[in-house]
Design a protein around this ligand. Structure first.
Ligand SMILES: Cc1cc2nc3c(=O)[nH]c(=O)nc-3n(C[C@H](O)[C@H](O)[C@H](O)COP(=O)(O)OP(=O)(O)OC[C@H]3O[C@@H](n4cnc5c(N)ncnc54)[C@H](O)[C@@H]3O)c2cc1C
Length: 383
């Protein structure tokens, strides 16, 4: 069958592409191939208000399952409320919204089937079916990485508490917890009055996620915060590469999108801001000009992606693991809300970049800086 767009992989990037295309090119036909039996996997994706470019809210709004007007960060000796709205996309809603967007005539959704070959013009399924596209997009997610990188490792439990949680704002970083295995912080999203997602997170040198230990730490965090009883509803975990080498996104055929193509923020491991910008750029041009639009966007983001990689090199190679939290405390002490928002959105200016570097750094470790880092393969992301 022939379509305007064929997308291999049905994760975050594919969903954003589908929604952007349905908005900007309502007549275009789209096919999505996903090997799981639902779209998006088992994730909660969060993003800052400024991650959404002007005019793009109608594309994203149907996905949003929870929103807050601000968020908190906590460090030893410093607590702050960042007055930037924060939003989360929940897995079930993502699946429902993207399915509905593909429900009309002319579209196709193939679930539970592997894309075994992806070329510039067609995607071949394990069933033997071939989907032909004027534009083929490979959005099959992160494979093993061979880049030098640190890791954002985490395990989160979504829990239903017996009593309401006292704080209605998310805590995006609570680094008052004992530091261990790199920069450690706890992330708390109050998804409802008594429903929380609590993640124990590390900016670590290795991709290991010791699940039992992290589950125990989430439980200990809840207990220390005064929660007495809870039921675990869901669990998610990951090891996101935070690279300081390797290629940045480039013009390729088929177009590689999402984490498969390097469309993520190197200094956070998060892909929403870059994936949304790519989706909007692709949807703004006809299918045969998608690669050119991606190349233009890559060109615009390139120095920011390289700068974020440079920050990773500093964080993971120059600073001892036990001192990493000091770097984040300095950033959250000194940077205005608007600078932080531009940084997370990959829209920071040269002046913002300079500001990120100004100030007294934590003690540096020359041995780590000049020794050759090990390159560890990324384990498959658990779903
Ligand atoms: C648990 C977790 C939480 C995260 N939270 C955030 C967050 O809050 N904010 C944020 O911005 N980022 C977050 N990230 C990082 C990043 O945004 C996600 O990994 C994001 O899902 C990447 O989008 P993607 O579309 O590139 O890849 P994925 O979402 O991984 O999608 C790839 C899809 O392709 C499918 N696939 C793979 N191979 C094939 C094949 N051969 N045939 C058919 N289908 C195939 C997979 O099953 C998958 O559904 C998180 C990552 C994880 C793991």
């Amino acid at each position: 069958m022939a379509f305007d767009y064929v997308i291999a992989g049905g994760g975050l990037q594919a969903g954003l592409l589908v929604l952007a295309l349905r908005h900007r090119q309502p007549a275009a036909t789209i096919a999505v191939v996903e090997r799981a039996d639902k779209l998006g996997g088992n994730h909660t994706w969060s993003f800052h208000e400024a991650d959404v470019p002007a005019g793009a809210w109608p594309v994203v709004a149907p996905l949003v399952g929870a929103s807050w007007p601000a968020y908190r960060v906590r460090f030893p000796g410093h607590t702050r409320v960042v007055r930037t709205a924060y939003h989360s996309i929940l897995a079930d809603r993502f699946d429902a919204v993207v399915r509905a967007a593909l429900a009309g005539d002319g579209h196709a959704l193939r679930l539970g089937v592997e894309a075994v070959s992806v070329t510039g013009t067609e995607v071949t399924l394990a069933t033997g079916e071939v989907l032909t596209g004027r534009c083929v997009i490979d959005a099959r997610g992160a494979g093993p990485t061979t880049e030098a990188c640190g890791w954002q490792t985490f395990l989160g439990l979504e829990v239903e508490l017996a009593a309401p949680w006292p704080d209605a704002l998310p805590t995006v970083m609570d680094a008052t917890v004992p530091q261990d295995d790199g920069y450690r912080f706890v992330y708390v999203l109050p998804l409802g009055p008594a429903r929380l997602l609590v993640e124990d997170t590390y900016f670590a040198d290795t991709p290991a996620v010791p699940a039992d230990r992290l589950r125990r730490r989430v439980a200990a965090y809840l207990t220390a915060a005064g929660a007495r009883d809870w039921r675990i509803v869901r669990e998610e975990s990951g090891a996101l590469p935070m690279p300081w080498s390797g290629p940045t996104p480039a013009a390729e055929t088929p177009l590689r999108a999402g984490t498969a193509g390097g469309w993520f923020h190197p200094a956070t491991g998060y892909s929403f801001p870059a994936a949304l910008r790519l989706a909007l750029a692709v949807a703004a041009v006809p299918p045969d000009r998608a690669t050119g639009a991606a190349a233009a966007l890559a060109g615009r983001l390139n120095w920011r992606l390289r700068f974020a990689r440079f920050l990773n090199r500093l964080l993971f190679r120059a600073v001892r693991p036990a001192d990493r939290w000091r770097l984040f405390r300095r950033l959250y002490r000194t940077l205005p809300d608007a600078t932080l928002a531009r940084f997370y959105a990959l829209e920071f200016t040269a002046a913002d970049a300079a500001r990120l570097l100004v100030g007294r750094p934590p003690p540096l470790d020359p041995v780590r800086l000049f020794s050759r880092p090990e390159v560890l393969p990324c384990p498959p992301v658990r779903r």
